[in-house]
Design a protein around this ligand. Structure first.
Ligand code: SF4
Length: 447
């Protein structure tokens, strides 16, 4: 009997990517092969995103393509919550399951393409760290599912449910396996990393024979013992995060925090129902920088939220100038079907949203450029992501840059026969533009 093959299309954010990795790992563990094209696949799984309208459209298009190229399609992921919408456009998909519904996806695969009868898990080896869709040297580590907040612009809790934290022993086992597999950088992800363990009442677990609490700080401390880069995403500026800054100052985890502030006007934050909206975030940032001067903060913002006045926007601009964040993304508000913010009064006209976006980016670009200029002459450790094809240049990142979303450090005039992706280099920064740095090699730190 020939080995059944499953095609896979993965869309969406890093959290969805981790779901895809988990399903692919399970498929391989059970002896399925992953098909590299639609033609060779017995069926296709499409892991969708439903976060904003453009993502919904992209997901529906991907399902349509898989249907016309293959015809046997299982849909999973965030958009799976809206089965009616999927079936209206694609009535003949085999099955629709929701986000992180690994078991449901596997059951559907079993139903339509039975598992190979003679699969032997001791012969068909799956790597200990599972199947990964990221380059070998970095990996996302998902610590929880769902979210207890109810931000008015977001439908994730309705798609993924309330917070469910993974036991800390499992999280740390996975992190250790990643390290053994050669991963140099772990990116901790969730919907709210600072809330880790709240749902379990910080349950005590064990790792390497030691008791560890399922709690934000305890997890960070244990991850810091691995001796590889640990980067925290989706953290909120709560007082209990202060202790993790000490770990950063001690060099245990990267002095980098991804905090989606989204706005700074207290009125808008309240309308958004943002976590920690009543915290004095500028004070907190000051405190953190005193503890750990090299701390880099990245964030995202939304301009043109319903009810945002010019005064609210000015508060945001002033806050931005004061906060001096290192890396910033900005979006104009776009309504998401099912989000309660849609019912708020005073929606902002598109041209005003656009105009505010441009003013926002102008302010932030100047901050970012000035911050990067200050790096010139500094020595930094960078992790190589790739080598440029045509030039003797390594595309790398320092502790200040997360993959995909931040800038790069371009290390010039290197010998491509001795440097490869995954190497850690010591470099000296020679130049900077608004988003990227340029550097010369001092030495290879670890290959
Ligand atoms: S914190 Fe808010 S924006 Fe983030 S997932 Fe939870 S509800 Fe959505």
């Amino acid at each position: 009997m020939k080995t059944p093959k499953v095609g896979f299309v993965s869309l969406g954010c890093p959290k969805a990517l981790v779901d895809s990795e988990r399903i692919l790992t399970q498929l391989k563990t059970e002896g399925y092969q992953v098909a590299s094209d639609y033609d060779g696949a017995d069926l296709v799984v499409v892991n969708t995103c439903g976060f904003i309208e453009s993502a919904v459209q992209e997901s529906l298009d991907a399902i349509g393509e898989a249907m016309s190229e293959n015809g046997r399609v299982i849909v999973t992921g965030c958009l799976g919550k809206d089965e009616d919408k999927i079936r209206q456009m694609h009535p003949n998909v085999l099955k629709v399951t929701g986000a992180a519904a690994y078991q449901d996806v596997m059951e559907a695969v079993h139903e339509y393409v039975p598992a190979p009868p003679k699969h032997n898990p001791f012969i068909d080896l799956v790597p200990e760290q599972g199947v990964r869709l990221t380059p070998k040297h970095y990996a996302y580590l998902k610590i929880s599912e769902g979210c207890n907040h109810r931000c008015t612009f977001c439908i994730i809790p309705s798609m993924r449910g309330d917070l469910v934290s993974r036991p800390v022993g499992k999280v740390l086992d996975e992190a250790a396996a990643l390290k053994r597999a050669g991963v140099k950088e772990i990116l901790v992800i969730s919907q709210d990393t600072s809330a880790y363990g709240v749902d379990t009442k910080y349950k005590l677990d064990f790792w390497n024979g030691q008791p560890v609490k399922t709690k934000f700080y305890d997890m960070c401390e244990a991850l810091g013992q691995l001796g590889i880069w640990v980067r925290l995403h989706y953290v909120y500026p709560y007082p209990h995060v202060d202790a993790a800054i000490d770990l950063m100052a001690q060099g245990k985890i990267l002095p980098y925090l991804d905090i989606p502030f989204q706005h700074a006007s207290p009125r808008i934050l309240k309308l958004m129902k943002r976590p920690a909206h009543s915290e004095n975030t500028l004070e907190r940032l000051k405190l953190w920088r005193e503890k750990c001067p090299e701390l880099v903060i990245r964030s995202t913002f939304v301009v043109g939220f319903p009810g945002e006045t010019e005064e609210d926007f000015q508060i945001l601009l002033e806050w931005l100038k004061e906060a001096q964040l290192d890396r910033v993304g900005c979006f104009t508000y776009s309504p998401v079907e099912g989000a309660t913010a849609n019912d708020l009064p005073d929606h902002v006209p598109e041209e005003i949203k656009q105009e505010r976006y441009e003013r926002f980016m102008e302010v932030q670009q100047a901050i970012s450029a000035a911050k990067l200029q200050k790096r010139i002459g500094q020595k930094m450790t960078v992790l190589v992501d790739s080598l440029e094809e045509e030039f003797p240049v390594a595309v790398a990142r320092s502790y200040a840059d997360a993959p995909e979303i931040d800038g790069n450090v371009f290390v010039e005039d290197i010998d491509k026969s001795v440097i490869k992706a995954g190497d850690l280099l010591e470099v000296e920064i020679t130049d900077a533009d608004e988003y990227d740095l340029f550097a010369k090699l001092i030495q290879i730190k670890s290959a």
